[in-house]
Design a protein around this ligand. Structure first.
Ligand code: HGY
Ligand code: MN
Ligand code: MN
Length: 407
């Protein structure tokens, strides 16, 4: 079995060209023209496999096995990219999964169980404010009523946007039937520095951190920047600043290095240099591999909001967009991945980033395989994984899929 590195790297290069910003950055938001072009490009590479798309745009590329009624073996990831991201986040798992299937087929392997590559819709929270949208629907963590509840920045609902993009049909049909997958393995760049720092070429993921995201609205009184004296102000931005610093303090004082928190979006209204901010919308991201610590941080954040509201005469509302449990990966899939590593060094590790596998693990035995990314950089245009590391990851994935497909 031989992974065709030149073909794979050329396809990753081509896929990165479907972007709203010039290279080396990639911006590819779900259901935008660049996303639809990227999806069409991927499907053009899938000769000899069957293709199915569900009502929310998850795309299933299946290599039908000798026993097609058996639960399949799944792999896959996402191709949407946050603004000004890199070209390897998610795409290595999609094009790498495809390459693993092609390399096995070209090497003469014939799977007993079908092997299925999944392109998950909207892994990134960019458009609808919640990550892993497609895999949440597959796992039943989102349901049909969310199709009208979830809206983008233009107040268009998920249902309106998905239908306009050509994905009609009832969301009720999206959830995977119990036992749909025998096993699922996702290949992904680490998006952290550990493998690169340690010079270890492969990571086998044993658990995926518990993410939470919230939208916090802070309302004050605004007013003229020159005429309103300091004692009388109710400045929404300064309240927001205190809340962000309180969130950082909660993460740093949790007692564990695994607790992380970020204020990723801060929208200030009215946004004029000579007008006191009357309203600020924050979007915050809070994670830990331990759910108690993660929720302890959320409780500290709630207390800080109450304290800042009282001290500054502000009105503060918190909307929890998601607060998910962590995932523990399947020993069966971990074993297949480690066997596939052969004599190559690998580290067992926790994923601090979330992935579609976080939700697929709720409906199938799941684990992940990491490859290094330079200096751990990700979600930036200078995100980089070497052709050698990518090829090695695809070779290990292909072997693991072949073991699982014969089980
Ligand atoms: O944010 C994450 O963890 C993922 O990269 N979307
Ligand atoms: Mn990402
Ligand atoms: Mn990703």
């Amino acid at each position: 079995m031989e992974v065709n590195q030149a073909r794979l790297m050329a396809e990753l290069e081509r896929l990165s060209s479907f972007s709203e910003v010039p290279a080396p950055a990639v911006t590819r938001v779900v259901f935008t023209p660049t996303d639809l072009q990227a999806r069409a490009y991927l499907k053009s590479l899938c000769e000899g496999f069957t293709i199915r798309e569900d009502a929310v745009g998850n795309t299933f590329i299946r290599w039908v096995g000798a026993e097609p009624d058996l639960p399949a073996v799944g792999t896959g990831s996402h191709i949407d990219a946050i603004p000004n991201a890199g070209r390897y986040d998610g795409t290595v798992g999609v094009l790498g999964g495809l390459e693993a299937m092609r390399a096995l087929r070209e090497g003469g392997f014939k799977p007993r169980r079908s092997i299925e590559l999944v392109l998950f819709t909207s892994e990134e929270p960019t458009r609808f404010g919640i990550g892993c949208l497609g895999s949440r629907f597959l796992a039943g963590s989102l349901n049909a009523s969310d199709g009208d509840r979830l809206k983008d920045a233009n107040q268009a609902t998920l249902n309106q946007v998905r239908v306009a993009a050509g994905f009609a049909g009832p969301l009720e049909d999206v959830p995977l039937k119990p036992g749909y997958y025998h096993a699922f393995a996702e290949l992904h760049i680490e998006q952290g520095p550990l493998l690169d720092m340690r010079g270890v070429p492969l990571g086998v993921v044993t658990a995926i951190a518990a993410p939470a995201s919230l939208r916090i609205t802070i309302e004050g009184e605004g007013g003229h920047a020159g005429a309103v004296l300091m004692p009388g102000r109710h400045d929404a931005f300064l309240g927001a600043a205190e809340i962000s610093l309180a969130l950082e303090a909660a993460a740093k004082s949790s007692g564990a290095i695994d607790t992380v928190a970020t204020t990723g979006i801060c929208n200030v209204f009215p946004g004029a240099v000579n007008s006191i901010p009357s309203r600020v919308e924050l979007s915050v991201d809070a994670r830990d591999i331990d759910i108690e610590r993660r929720d302890g941080m959320l409780n500290s954040l709630a207390a800080a909001c109450d304290q800042v509201a009282a001290a500054r005469g502000l009105r503060i509302t918190r909307e929890v967009l998601n607060a998910d449990a962590p995932a523990v990966c399947s020993p069966m899939v971990i074993e297949a991945l480690e066997r596939a590593c052969g004599l190559q060094k690998f580290d067992r590790m926790v994923s601090r980033a979330y992935h579609d596998s976080l939700f697929i693990s709720r409906v199938a035995p799941t684990a992940m395989l990491f490859i290094p990314c330079r200096a751990g950089v990700s979600h930036r245009p200078d995100e980089y994984s070497s052709p050698e590391d990518i090829t090695r990851g695809v070779e290990v994935l292909a072997k693991a899929l072949s073991y699982l497909a014969e089980a």
